[in-house]
Design a protein around this ligand. Structure first.
Ligand code: NAD
Length: 467
């Protein structure tokens, strides 16, 4: 008997099928959990559609208060959620604890936002108001790297704006999302929130469903393209948060010993499985050897272990498919660069790969041009910063990027010319619910967080009165 249930129409229910979820640190079965059928997905969408009229008419203050209750309920069980997150996702317990704390903070902040009516004109001949209306049923599709936090990127804003929602976690990390469903079943009216799980087989049905008004998707660019195509038939609203290949450009005025820990942390958090991780580092010739050595030292010192083990800094890759994918990047690194730290898988069960630093590698290789989404970092030498910027911008992706320099004016100039949604100066991977977040080019469409993110869960609605 499974400890997990789907949430459909206010009821916690078994799936029509079951599936196994594995602990990536041991490769053992962690839990057997429900797997929804197509009929259950349809029932979830129908329940959300039925719940929409009453939910959208409730005063926003009531919707906000329920989101506050969700944050309180999560906070009360934070330790339990963090532990389960490490077991299903693999990240060290400290990172899981931070993910749950961030989730709570995102829910709390996002639920304070407002949908205000603006009077655009109030003259002799007409009065024009700009209002915002909810869209209807939102489909939220979640990846496996931050299975709890990414729910909190979408659900609070969708519900606050008056929409109802069907959430679909990734097949390899459904457990924490289902546990969130248990909390939400006690707080929200029936049908307002629904959670269904799958084996990568229900996403397309959700994105093409005629009763779904909007899809908020986070995942790979490859799947994002399919989502966009499938949403076309009913002109669904879309937010796509997709892959990235973030470049860090390190100028010669930087002290490698000081900058290396920040670069290392932003590249290897969650074993490199972060959309906004540093995925390639361009370092000026004058400090190249020193920076490579400093990063290699940090990689050698890093403790790679089961995320529940005391002191673990880097856990396993989340799933076998990703582990195999990252091993192919290691092969490329061996063929096209010089591995100066790591380069091996760990001789134990679990999907462990040592943090790997690769030097003497350049653009035009798989490791530099593609998204590795794992703990293998290429360090590329440059002598002309304009050339480094051109190479950073040559990517089809544009999620984030960073400039590292002691010269503030120079850093701002380069940052202003970086083709990405976010550019950091002397740091990387810093974000918050009050800062709009979205990708340029093939890293995405639309934005999340802040008022701009809330607006994406609404339709503009103009009321124009004759006077
Ligand atoms: P993925 O694209 O394989 O899967 C993401 C989700 O889409 C899963 O829930 C999956 O079941 C679902 N899905 C699969 N096929 C589908 C289809 N045809 N239609 C609709 N949904 C479908 O991505 P992943 O491997 O889980 O996540 C890693 C990727 O996500 C990386 O590329 C990473 O950069 C990206 N990512 C982006 C952000 C961001 O905010 N930009 C955040 C986290 C991860």
């Amino acid at each position: 008997m499974s400890d997990y249930r789907l949430l459909i129409g206010g009821e916690l229910v078994d799936g029509d099928m079951t599936m196994e979820v594995f602990n990536p640190a041991t490769e053992d079965v962690l839990a057997v959990c429900p797997r929804a059928s197509e009929a259950q997905l349809d029932a979830a969408v129908a329940a959300a559609k039925t719940a929409f009229p009453a939910w959208s008419r409730r005063p926003i203050a009531e919707r906000r208060a329920m989101l506050g209750q969700l944050a309180d309920a999560l906070s009360a069980r934070a330790d339990e959620f963090a532990r389960l997150l490490t077991q299903e996702q693999g990240k060290p317990l400290g990172e899981s604890t931070a993910e749950i704390a961030y989730t709570e903070a995102f829910i709390r902040h996002l639920s304070t936002l407002n949908l205000s009516t603006r009077v655009l004109e109030d003259g002799d001949s007409r009065r024009v108001e700009l209002r915002r209306r909810p869209l209807g049923v939102v489909g939220a599709i979640i990846p496996w790297n931050f299975p709890v936090l990414i729910v909190a990127f979408k659900l609070p804003l969708a519900l606050l704006a008056g929409n109802t929602i069907v959430v679909k976690p990734a097949p390899t990390t459904p457990l924490t999302t289902l546990k969130l469903g248990e909390l939400m079943a006690k707080i929200f009216p029936a049908g307002v929130v629904n959670i269904v799980t799958d084996q990568n087989d229900l996403g397309a049905r959700l994105t093409s469903h005629p009763d779904v008004a909007k899809i908020s998707f986070t995942g790979s660019t490859e799947t994002g393209r399919k989502v966009m195509a499938s949403a076309a038939a009913s002109i669904k609203r879309l937010t796509l948060e997709l892959g990235g290949n973030d470049a860090a450009i390190v100028l010669p005025d930087v002290d490698p010993a000081k900058a290396a820990p920040g670069i290392f942390g932003a590249a290897f958090m969650n074993a490199g499985q972060v959309c906004l991780a540093i995925k390639r580092v361009y370092v000026h010739d004058a400090i190249y050897d020193e920076m490579c050595a400093a990063l290699a030292k940090l990689a050698e010192q890093a403790i790679v272990d089961d995320g529940l083990a005391q002191g673990a800094q880097i856990g396993p890759l989340q799933n076998k498919a990703q582990y195999e994918k990252v091993k192919a990047f290691l092969e490329d690194a061996r063929a096209n660069g010089t591995i100066i730290a790591g380069g091996e898988v760990e001789a134990r069960s679990g999907y462990f790969i040592r943090p790997t630093i690769v030097r003497d590698i350049s653009d035009g290789t798989k490791l530099v041009d593609e998204e590795q989404f794992g703990p293998v970092l290429p360090i590329i030498r440059f002598s002309d910063v304009e050339d480094a910027l051109a190479r950073a911008n040559a990517s089809p992706w544009g999620l984030g990027g960073s400039i590292w320099s002691a010269d503030r004016e120079r850093a701002y100039d380069l940052a202003g010319r970086m083709e990405s949604g976010t550019v950091w100066i002397n740091k990387h991977l810093d974000f918050g619910p009050n800062i709009p977040f979205g990708g340029a080019k093939q890293s995405g469409l639309g934005v999340e967080f802040a008022e701009e993110g809330l607006a994406e869960f609404t339709q503009i609605h103009v009321i124009n009165e004759a006077k």
